[in-house]
Design a binder for this molecule. Structure first.
Ligand code: SF4
Length: 316
């Protein structure tokens, strides 16, 4: 238990970090993604798929060399804030949200990012990726901490994923069937710009499993396994199934359409088993910073979003 109150984190610092996270995310692919696509390219035996994978890696390097975004579509910037239970923000959390919006607008001008955000009906574009519900900030909490972890994710791809209400008797075979249906529907047409990381959310309610699938795809690093051995086994199985579809990058023949599979589960209604599947393209733009109350900022690539507390493993 802390006895002294942590200093408030400056809103101006959060704005600077929000800008820098947008810049880093747009340009430099996280190393876990780059190295696993490099490994896929070395293993791929199909000539065309190998060429595509090698060009993806070359493109990552060119973006860093030129300090320009790795894809012309810079996606939709959004934020995830993991807030220590003892953290405070100068001006409160409304100031944090304002700082994140200002940092995003500045990044749109200076990086630059493509001004993708428009009103869905009027198509009004303020040319800054800011608007109604944009960018979103999703929160989670961490006990015994006075810092804020801010993650910027620039989400590409219009198609995203799918949802299906399964029933308990569908079991694991039903989940595999749904997974294969999604892969064949989206991947064979290259709609996901694969290799893609697939997130699977199982249980909860419809909105919870859709959220978990997206976070599993976007906020866990390649090779990470769920701490529950049974769930981890399902991740491995689904990844192996993905390799056997005969689909490679961008819908070409090959083995590497699925870079990894991450599964998250939530307790659900006894009568059902909602499942959502989300795919994240190879332009996985993500950057995280831990902002300390003393003003220090530590940048890193792994968001560490799924903590024991976040999964509520540690709440009795
Ligand atoms: S899906 Fe991803 S790789 Fe494809 S165009 Fe959109 S952001 Fe770029």
């Amino acid at each position: 238990m802390r006895t002294t109150e942590a200093a408030a984190i400056r809103a101006s610092l959060i704005r600077e970090v929000a800008f820098e996270l947008n810049r880093r995310a747009a340009i430099a692919i996280p190393r876990d993604v780059e190295s696993s696509i490099g490994d896929l390219a070395r293993r791929e035996t199909q000539k065309l798929s190998k060429f595509v994978l090698l060009e993806i890696v070359n493109n990552y390097k060119a973006a860093v060399d030129d300090q320009r975004p790795m894809c012309a579509d810079t996606g939709l910037p959004r934020f995830y804030a993991k807030v220590g239970n003892d953290a405070r923000v100068e001006g409160g959390f409304v100031a944090l949200e304002r700082a994140v919006r200002e940092g995003t607008a500045e990044a749109t001008r200076k990086v630059p990012l493509r001004p993708n955000r428009v009103h869905p009906l009027t198509r009004k574009d303020y040319n800054n990726n800011v608007g109604i519900h944009a960018p979103t900030v999703d929160y989670s909490w961490e006990p015994e901490a006075d810092w804020i972890d801010l993650t910027c994710f620039q989400k590409g791809g219009l198609f995203g994923g799918d949802y299906r209400m399964l029933f308990p008797q569908d079991g694991i075979p039903g989940i595999k069937r749904f997974y294969l249906d999604v892969i064949s529907e989206f991947f064979k047409r290259g709609l996901s710009c694969q290799p893609a990381i697939v997130g699977v959310g199982i249980g909860g309610t419809k909105d919870v499993c859709v959220r978990l699938a997206k976070e599993a795809a976007c906020l866990r690093v390649v090779g990470d396994r769920n701490p529950d051995p049974g769930v981890a086994e399902l991740e491995e199985e689904l990844h192996e199934i993905g390799k056997k579809t005969g689909l490679g990058p961008m819908g070409f023949k090959g083995e590497g359409a699925v870079l990894d599979v991450h599964v998250e589960v939530a307790y659900t209604h006894t009568g059902g088993m909602p499942v959502s599947i989300h795919h994240q393209c190879f332009a996985l733009r993500r950057a995280t910073a831990r902002i300390h109350p003393d003003g220090n900022v530590d940048y890193r690539e792994n968001p560490l979003w799924f903590t024991g507390y976040y999964r509520r493993e540690t709440v009795s």
